[in-house]
Design a protein around this ligand. Structure first.
Ligand SMILES: C[S@@+](CC[C@H](N)C(=O)[O-])C[C@H]1O[C@@H](n2cnc3c(N)ncnc32)[C@H](O)[C@@H]1O
Length: 248
């Protein structure tokens, strides 16, 4: 399926259920799993908020987020495919972070987290709570993992950027949780080296793939939704073509 033994192979962008596809990955074949799985926030939501004269405020994230997601079902395969020197970074939410911790912490030497602070979150219209301006990324690794420490001031476990905005933000399809490549690139620079293989089993519109290829890494991504998959496929192919043209 994946031509990872071919020196010219740079990426595999796959359509399907990554729960099945991950089984085809060999043991210890991945340098860095950087992924953004469903959060199941809709299960805790009070529903979308109607706004006069405007589209509803989307509290429910998306239909794909309502499908029950069980971190425990992924832990064994994540560990199996990861190289001993590999890193595992997972975007997650308050309701899942403890579950990721429970199933991964005892299997790794170190677990930790990063906070991504979004500088332009949706306002809290009725002023009855905090703005949802932070997202967590659960991280884990073993001793002698790949690590490119930048500098003391650059290595706080805190990232800051706006949410993904146009022109980077795709208009069609609009993915409600498209990540900005700036924050992904910082994590990729730190936790992997050039030519390393980065795996994203929940790729959405392919943001990790774009960031990985732009930094000279190789990439495997999987998406279950056909429309998002097509967008990711096109986006990642254009990125690779652009890179290859500048190298001519
Ligand atoms: C949080 S979004 C990822 C967004 C992505 N980071 C981006 O920037 O576009 C999670 C994605 O996982 C996909 N998904 C959910 N279950 C899946 C599965 N079993 N296999 C593959 N993709 C899945 C959803 O369709 C959704 O697009």
């Amino acid at each position: 399926m994946m031509m990872t033994h071919d020196p010219h192979w740079r990426k595999s962008v796959l359509h399907g259920d990554s729960r099945t596809i991950i089984k085809q990955l060999p043991d210890h074949s991945i340098d860095f799993i950087l992924t953004d799985p469903p959060y199941n926030l809709g299960l805790h939501s009070t529903g979308n908020i109607p706004l006069p004269g405007r589209a509803d405020m989307n509290n429910d994230v998306a239909e794909w987020d309502k499908v029950e997601f069980c971190p425990e079902e992924w832990a064994d395969d994540f560990i199996r495919v990861l190289k001993p020197s590999g890193n595992l970074f997972i975007f997650t939410s308050y309701n899942h972070i403890g579950r990721w911790y429970n199933c991964l912490d005892k299997r790794f030497d170190t677990s930790n987290f990063i906070v991504w602070h979004k500088t332009n979150p949706a306002p809290k219209i009725y002023k009855a709570g905090f703005l949802n301006s932070c997202e967590m990324i659960f991280t884990c690794w073993n001793k002698r993992h790949t690590w490119n420490f930048i500098s003391q001031s650059e290595m706080h476990n805190f990232l800051e950027s706006p949410i993904c905005m146009p022109p980077e933000r795709l208009k069609s399809p609009k993915h409600p949780t498209q990540k900005p490549t700036s924050i992904l690139k910082k994590m990729i620079r730190i936790a992997s080296n050039e030519d390393d293989i980065i795996f994203d089993p929940f790729m959405g519109v392919g943001s990790v793939g774009v960031a990985a290829l732009e930094l000279g890494r190789r990439y495997i991504g999987v998406e279950i939704d056909r429309t998002y998959y097509d967008a990711a496929y096109n986006r990642i192919n254009h990125t690779l073509q652009r890179i290859q043209e500048t190298q001519k």
